[in-house]
Design a protein around this ligand. Sequence first.
Ligand SMILES: CCCCC/C=C/CC(=O)SCCNC(=O)CCNC(=O)[C@H](O)C(C)(C)COP(=O)(O)OP(=O)(O)OC[C@H]1O[C@@H](n2cnc3c(N)ncnc32)[C@H](O)[C@@H]1OP(=O)(O)O
Length: 359
Amino acid sequence: MRASLKDLENAVNQVKLLKKDPGNEVKLKLYALYKQATEGPCNMPKPGVFDLINKAKWEAWNALGSLPEETARQNYVDLVSSLSSSSESSSQVKPGADKEHAGYGTLVVTSEDGITKIMLNRPTRKNAISTQMYQEIILALKAASQDDSAITVLTGNGDFYCSGNDLTNVTDTPLGGIEEKAKNSTNLLRDFVASFIDFPKPLIAVVNGPAVGIAVTLLGLFDIVYASDRATFHTPFSHLGLSPEGCSSYTFPKIMGPTKATEMLTFGKKLTAREACAQGLVTEVFPDATFQKEVWTRLTAYAKLPSNVLRISKQVIRNREKEKLHSVNVEESSIIQGRFLSEESMNAVMNFLSKRAKL
Ligand SMILES: CCCCC/C=C/CC(=O)SCCNC(=O)CCNC(=O)[C@H](O)C(C)(C)COP(=O)(O)OP(=O)(O)OC[C@H]1O[C@@H](n2cnc3c(N)ncnc32)[C@H](O)[C@@H]1OP(=O)(O)O
């Protein structure tokens, strides 16, 4: 059942009773969801650069884009309910209770009901993957592979699933110059993709909104992909002077056939969720208004299955491809290293940074 106005009012009161301060990031998220739920999309002018607090609030609200009011209301109620249970669990320490894993700056990682959820948490940047986020996802997957959850979910906070590689990553050039930067990025990319190839349990993508670049290519390495009907799938590599990564040069032709894969990976054709589902990249599409409810109900049921057998089945299905996937990853990474240094790629990034181009 969807959250009602009364549920929203109760949740607002519950926030006042939280035993633990949820921290500024969560408070901003609550502010934004409340505004969206009660007033719709952000309707205020952007505050000036020195008005830091109001600017942060504006950015958090604005990042929700056109998220429907009832989804914002549901997300607000869900967030408060997760805060209430985690604040209870920290005082009562019930075994198996919802648990937020500390130590991540760009992710919110929680474990509950046999599910470890890794949520990309840079909504004001459309969850673009910064260098720190790449590193934290590697760590979160490693931890999830060893915890006692049955399944692991990757999803995004806000109106986007993920806008792909953070194009400002290139700006922190080390002393060794752009060649060293390209080498470091390539090594990080290879290790990042390898952590998906090696992940031993069912890995599920809950694609809550548009996905771009590496967030799309990686989907070929997931075991299930659920998408909101608001999600889109876009790999504009040629526009960015880049080549396919995330093993997509191998997984996409296998999933959708070489010509459909070429339209996406070479020509940057953007797919709707329904098109991506018809082509086998997405498992099932849900209406955005009921997406969270339907998907989490289903995943909670799946996570009750015996965890050892889920792990074994995944490995039976996937293991014979592993060696091939690692070799594809190494090859794609070495090709993209050259692309990072190409004029085409540098111009595309500079265009984006100077706001001349939007994909
Ligand atoms: C270790 C390195 C490995 C490298 C692996 C390579 C991977 C390849 C890829 O992933 S290619 C894909 C790269 N991604 C993009 O090209 C997306 C660029 N972004 C956009 O085109 C748009 O921002 C959008 C379509 C995602 C969203 O448009 P919208 O109008 O809805 O929102 P804004 O543009 O206003 O976005 C809000 C702010 O977020 C910033 N932002 C969004 N995406 C990125 C990004 N990928 N990198 C950096 N910054 C991003 C955007 O600039 C806005 O910032 P502002 O508020 O300061 O203006």
